[in-house]
Design a protein around this ligand. Structure first.
Ligand SMILES: C[S@@+](CC[C@H](N)C(=O)[O-])C[C@H]1O[C@@H](n2cnc3c(N)ncnc32)[C@H](O)[C@@H]1O
Length: 235
């Protein structure tokens, strides 16, 4: 539990108050003393970059933001770049400079918009994350908020799946929860659901019980936790 060895009050990042570090501790354990290369999208005042700098004592930390903090002094092992998470040329430039062999860890804590997150995810995941590397998407639950630019609440009205009064309907209303499945196919939640499809690539491309898969998933595992998604790249 690396985070318990640090004086967390020093770091100006909501990763601490939101309790994210306890989850990071589990995923980051094998990298603690290694010369890890970490990229974070979204710097704000730079608190999390300083946190990762101290968390990984032999690590190199890079951050990108559309607007860099004005008072973040030069710090050994920390690199800052100004640009958008949707600018794939810019992302490749940063990656070639800091981690030409690929990043071990990439964290997206930038816009929390589904389309922006999708663009940076696939570009960085495919081209600049090492095999076995970890890609983390923070705050994906914004996609359920009515006041988030691409968010949407889930309707609490249940839509009957079957004609009321039919025998099937009578049976199903007993076993199904009150609120039948609603769906977000767009925004941040829609994007996370696309990641679930990618994890299922073997079954998606197999198509039927007797079908033959044409490819396996690019992911070895995906963990969907409250506010955080962890995707491990296949070896
Ligand atoms: C939640 S803050 C980052 C907090 C920081 N990671 C921490 O834990 O201290 C989000 C940051 O993302 C940046 N941002 C928003 N949209 C962006 C985009 N399209 N590309 C790059 N950065 C973006 C904002 O300027 C803001 O500084």
């Amino acid at each position: 539990m690396r985070s318990t060895q640090l004086s967390l009050e020093k770091y100006d990042s909501d990763k601490i108050s939101s309790g994210y570090l306890a989850r990071y501790d589990v995923f980051f354990e094998s990298w603690i003393d290694k010369p890890v290369k970490l990229l974070e999208l979204g710097i704000h005042r730079g608190g999390s970059l300083l946190l990762w700098h101290d968390y990984f004592v032999a690590g190199t930390v890079a951050g990108i933001d559309i607007k860099l903090p004005s008072n973040f002094g030069p710090v050994d092992r920390i690199h800052l770049y100004e640009g958008s998470q949707t600018d794939t040329q810019f992302l490749s430039h940063v990656s070639h400079q800091v981690a030409p062999e690929g990043f071990d860890i990439i964290i997206d804590d930038a816009s929390h918009l589904g389309e922006f997150t999708r663009v940076s995810f696939w570009h960085l995941f495919d081209n600049h994350l090492k095999p076995g590397g970890l890609y983390v998407i923070e705050d994906w639950g914004t996609g359920y908020w009515s006041d988030w630019p691409d968010g949407k609440t889930i309707s609490s009205r249940s839509r009957p799946l079957f004609r009321a009064g039919s025998m099937l309907s009578n049976v199903l209303t007993k076993v199904l929860p009150k609120r039948s499945l609603s769906s977000h196919s767009a925004g941040m939640v829609g994007f996370i659901k696309q990641l679930v499809d990618e994890q299922a690539a073997t079954d998606v491309t197999r198509g039927s019980w007797k079908g033959k898969p044409t490819r396996s998933s690019k992911f070895s595992e995906i963990t969907i936790a409250p506010s955080m998604v962890f995707v491990r790249k296949a070896q």
